[in-house]
Design a protein around this ligand. Structure first.
Ligand SMILES: Nc1ncnc2c1ncn2[C@@H]1O[C@H](COP(=O)(O)OP(=O)(O)O)[C@@H](O)[C@H]1O
Ligand SMILES: [Mg+2]
Length: 370
């Protein structure tokens, strides 16, 4: 017997600071999710600057105002995905709003901004929010949380698979078999696109990122600097582990740009992302592994994808795009948060202790009634 379908929106604002994503998803069970529509609302320069400043130079007033602004931007993203798919807010069972992480310091705290009450008031819909706090309280890192979706929705029933998301940071989930949590391994591998973006902006401040690898392809990576950066304690630490812009952000980018100026610096950041992901797979993921399925904006960077293909070929591992296996790879994390909201609404745990290090599975988040 299948349950009554429920309709939810999952929101996502990632470490790339590029915008807020919204996915409209229909669930007929925790392993049955259909993506109905997806949209992304780009942040304007002012919002992106506020999000960057949040880490370094914000006052309480700045943060409070950003909290409200993100709530309104979440409303805009939801309205857009409803309009584009000709749905009404009254059809929604829930909205899942994880907010935007401004400070991630496990095991002490992981703090997200974005006022969920504005969503509840605007749409009259139940809103699930604040997903990370309970996992942190249970001794976990509060991240990554996407692995539950990787396990329930995106595993392969016949063979092990790695789901790799390359956003601002990069994270992977090893799923031995679809919808079975036994043996799942998940962790952040380190920087994804955040350093590449920053280095590209050091070369040309007008750039948002190294579009289609145009800048990095004109440069040559400095292997000495890559090796030096790979000595960071984070890379040696065994999973579970998670990271963010606090560690791999503006300060590291600035240091890299002064050591390797120009396009060579961007190529060096590309090599660091590729090498840290490849080494994480070789070191921590059980062999043999036949495929890595890549989502997130990094899958659009030809240098990153080609680099991974070359590095993983020797282990017999193919690199496949999430889009070719499931749906739009930009939508994956928003769909994952829709699933986490669905689980919370149904009283089901959303964390995988193997991924976050929490002492046990927990129902995540807080629910604002409609
Ligand atoms: N055409 C492209 N060429 C190169 N990089 C791209 C391209 N499109 C997107 N990206 C990269 O993807 C990033 C956004 O990825 P995303 O998955 O949204 O990250 P996050 O989840 O952290 O917000 C951009 O910052 C950029 O680095
Ligand atoms: Mg994004």
């Amino acid at each position: 017997m299948t349950e009554r379908p429920s309709l939810g929106i999952g929101l996502m604002s990632g470490t790339s600071l590029d915008g807020m994503d919204a996915a409209l998803v229909r669930f007929t069970g925790p392993t049955q999710a259909a993506l109905l529509a997806f949209t992304s609302c780009a942040y304007d320069r002012g919002t992106r600057q506020s999000l960057e400043d949040a880490i370094t130079s914000s006052t309480a007033a700045d943060l409070a105002r950003l909290h409200a602004r993100l709530g309104h931007l979440a409303v805009a993203a939801c309205q857009q995905v409803l309009d584009e798919s000709h749905h009404l807010a009254s059809q929604l069972d829930f909205i899942s709003f994880p907010g935007h992480t401004v400070w991630h310091e496990p095991p002490t705290v992981s703090w997200q901004l974005g006022d969920p009450a504005i969503l509840a008031e605007t749409f009259g819909t139940r809103v699930v929010h604040d997903f990370r706090a309970r996992d942190i309280a249970a001794g976990g890192e509060g991240a990554p949380l996407v692995p539950m979706a990787d396990m329930l929705l995106f595993g392969h029933c016949g063979q092990p698979r790695v789901l790799l998301n390359i956003g601002g940071m990069a994270n992977l989930t090893y799923v031995p078999r679809a919808a079975v949590d036994d043996g799942v391994l998940a962790f952040d591998t380190g920087p994804g696109m955040a350093l590449i973006d920053e280095l590209a902006r050091h070369v040309d401040p007008a750039l948002s990122y190294d579009t289609d690898a145009v800048v990095s392809s004109q440069g040559k990576a400095d292997p000495g600097v890559v090796e030096d950066l790979l000595t960071d304690e984070f890379f040696r630490r065994s999973p579970p582990k998670s990271t963010g812009r606090e560690r791999f952000g503006a300060a590291v980018a600035h240091d890299m740009a002064s050591r390797v100026p120009g396009p060579d610096g961007v190529a060096t950041a590309v090599a660091l992302t590729v090498e840290s992901i490849a080494r994480a797979i070789t070191r921590w993921v059980p062999a043999p592994l036949s495929e890595v399925v890549v989502s997130g904006g990094g899958r659009r960077h030809p240098g990153v994808i080609r680099g991974l293909e070359v590095r993983l070929a020797s282990g017999g591992t193919a690199v496949r795009l999430f889009d070719d296996v499931f749906f739009d790879g930009d939508a994956k994390e928003a769909v994952a948060f829709a699933l986490l909201g669905y689980l919370t609404v149904h009283g089901q745990p959303g964390n995988l202790p193997a991924a976050t290090g929490a002492r046990a599975a927990r129902v995540l988040g807080s629910i604002i009634p409609p």
